[in-house]
Ligand binder design. Structure first.
Ligand code: ARG
Length: 456
């Protein structure tokens, strides 16, 4: 029997029922639905809307339902949605008191409250997983402090960098993701319960009390808005999308840097896969999957925005479509953050290959130009002289660190013996000691700063 059957002569057509139902997916909300119902019932008792004996029966019954669901004793099914399921089961267990629970409430404010409670938990979990990943990045950065890695622009070797600076870059991105989730948590922590269907309620309820019982900071200020607001779902999906963007970039780097062509890192066997036909293959399936799943999370963000954009006030059933995309997005975000964290903990660093590659591609040419500029040569002239030197290297098959002082002097008279040191990759990275730069000291300060912000 439907909660709303009274007005109808005939039951809902079977296919229509199957199309309309949400219990198959909104059962994930059962714990928060019961939590919100307990707060609602307790408040109704305190305000004298329900008798205390009914409230006691409701709280006892709801607690038992949750226990029975958790232990698998009570299978979930046979109702239109999670709200109908809980109310039906409660009434079956405690009789008339169960039928009083829905006083001064609608499923519209109920589901809006459930979603806020659920998304709030999910924000906390995303926060924790991002913190854990940054912790691993910092550990790997500490190990990388002694190593030099090629830095790229346009995917061409640009300048040598400290390996720790590389890992720190991703920590900065994930720190911003955490800040975004925390900002969302503050904005969304508002209780819609008591908005009822759309217009509020005539019962003498205490909305602030329900909000406090559920850990909300405030009550929503407009009932029409409160029952139809899913901004927090869209914001969550944006926060998740951007975090996935960062993770996907990290994965793209991992795929490239662990290839034979780069070889700076190696994915350990436990996180690599093989080929069914090519026996020699060691494939980066996991980072590829993270990169692929990023598109799926973006899709859910587009989906919710599109669902919301044409809705007339206030509640519309379209809003039921917030759930599956949200659940899929959070599960995807969590599994991607977790698996990449595990892979990163075991990622092997190959310092020799990194340092060798860091010296290729004339990656210290900027240092040559800077060398001249620091000795009074206008930077533009220094740039041109260095370009000539690079051309000379290409023609003769030499690298910049392999040149003799005479070869430098043939291009410009301002060179001195110390240029031979300045063109080494490690010296080049060490020279850039500005805040956030590629020197060991700057990278070490970077790690300290990241760890300090992580604690806040
Ligand atoms: N399953 C519904 C949802 O997810 C619950 C609210 C139903 N409200 C209604 N007026 N039919 O939105």
């Amino acid at each position: 029997m439907k909660l709303w059957q009274g007005r109808f002569d005939r039951a809902l057509d079977g296919d229509a029922d199957a199309f309309n139902e949400s219990l198959s997916f909104d059962q994930k909300l059962i714990a928060v639905d019961i939590q919100a119902s307990c707060a609602h019932a307790a408040m109704l008792g305190e305000c004298g809307v329900l008798q205390q004996k009914d409230v006691d029966a409701i709280l006892g019954g709801l607690g038992e339902i949750l226990d029975d669901v958790n232990t698998g004793k009570l299978p979930i099914g046979g109702a239109e949605d999670v709200h109908s399921f809980v109310e039906g089961e409660l009434t079956r267990r405690i009789g008339d008191a169960g039928k009083r629970l829905h006083t001064a409430r609608s499923r519209n404010d109920q589901v809006a409250t459930d979603m806020r409670l659920y998304v709030r938990q999910s924000v906390n979990k995303a926060d924790a997983l991002l913190c854990a990943l940054i912790g691993t990045l910092c550990d790997r950065a500490e190990e990388g402090l002694g190593y030099i890695l090629p830095g790229f622009t346009h995917l061409r070797k640009a300048q040598p960098i400290n390996c720790a600076q590389y890992f720190n870059a991703y920590s900065e991105m994930f720190l911003r993701d955490i800040a975004r989730f925390r900002d969302l948590r503050v904005r969304m922590n508002v209780c819609p319960l008591g908005s009822a269907a759309l217009a509020g309620t005539s019962y003498p309820i205490d909305r602030a009390r329900t909000a406090a019982l559920l850990g909300f900071e405030a009550v929503s200020q407009n009932a029409l808005d409160a029952v139809s607001d899913r901004d927090f779902v869209a914001e969550y999906l944006f926060c998740a999308s951007l975090a996935m963007t960062h993770l996907s970039r990290l994965c793209e780097d991992t795929i490239l840097y662990t290839s034979d062509e780069f070889g700076y890192f190696e994915i350990p066997d436990e996180y690599s896969t093989g080929s069914s036909i090519m026996p020699q293959k060691k494939n980066p399936d996991l980072p590829e999957l993270v990169r692929g799943k990023t598109g799926r999370v973006y899709g859910h963000l587009m989906g919710i925005l599109t669902t919301l954009k044409g809705l007339p006030l206030a509640y519309n059933k379209d809003l039921q479509e917030d759930k599956e995309p949200f659940f899929d997005a959070e599960a995807t975000l969590f599994s991607c953050l977790s698996i990449y964290n595990k892979l990163l903990q075991k990622l092997k660093l190959r310092p020799d290959a990194m340092e060798r590659a860091a010296g290729e591609g004339f990656s210290t040419a900027t240092d040559v130009a800077d060398y001249l500029a620091k000795r009074g040569v206008p930077f533009r002239d220094a740039h041109a002289a260095t370009g000539k030197l690079v051309r000379y290297c290409i023609e003769t098959g030499k690298t910049l660190p392999a040149l003799t002082l005479d070869e430098f002097l043939a291009v410009h008279p301002a060179f001195g013996k110390d240029v031979l040191e300045a063109v080494k990759p490690r010296a080049s990275a060490e020279a850039r000691n500005s805040v956030g730069g590629s020197s060991r000291k700057a990278a070490q300060d970077g790690i300290a700063s990241i760890r300090a912000r992580l604690k806040q």
